[in-house]
Design a protein around this ligand. Sequence first.
Ligand SMILES: [Fe+2]
Length: 114
Amino acid sequence: MKYGEVLKGRDVEGKEKHVPIIEVENADNGKNIVKVTVGKEVPHPNTVEHHICWIQLYGVKKDNNQVVELGRTDFGPTFTDPITTFKISLDGIKTLIALEYCNIHGVWEDSLNI
Ligand SMILES: [Fe+2]
């Protein structure tokens, strides 16, 4: 089995929202603020037994499709909501890909072409 086979996305989203929502805002010095949220519309449970453990953000370069890691945030269950922001230079990046891991429901993905 390959990693891609266990990734889940919008097509299998249930009532508990897992798909990481990617939003991009302009910032200073030509950079951008990239915000990734899990459970933006319907909050995901945040208990020791059931929570979002981490969010990872990757970029795909325009010129050669190289994948670059842009950041990762780990969350402490019950204390920290699964929201994270990164200040990034998006020059040369054509697509953002976010992954998140729920300790019950697995790894979820979404992407945003920019
Ligand atoms: Fe979950």
